[in-house]
Ligand binder design. Structure first.
Ligand code: SF4
Ligand code: SF4
Length: 72
């Protein structure tokens, strides 16, 4: 299994469920949860078994600034 190089932290309660981050992550790290956040939206989650390269595209496209990426 390939581990993430970088840690993706998503503030689930800020997420509006737009899926932009999921569509733009070339590594398939992000997906939408089936659960709802406090605002009633499905929120994005990171699959830690996938390799995040730290490209930061997800942080740039997120209109809610809900994603932070930390390098190890
Ligand atoms: S930093 Fe890049 S590789 Fe990592 S989750 Fe975001 S878009 Fe995907
Ligand atoms: S881009 Fe931001 S608001 Fe849209 S699904 Fe991803 S984390 Fe949520």
């Amino acid at each position: 299994m390939t581990k993430t190089k970088c840690k993706v932290i998503i503030n689930a309660d800020l997420c509006k469920g737009c899926s932009l981050c999921v569509e733009h992550c070339k590594r398939g790290v992000l997906c939408m949860s089936g659960d709802l956040n406090v605002q009633g939206y499905n929120y994005a989650v990171a699959d830690e078994s996938k390799e995040c390269t730290g490209c930061l595209v997800c942080t740039l496209v997120c209109p809610e600034v809900a994603i932070e990426v930390q390098s190890d």
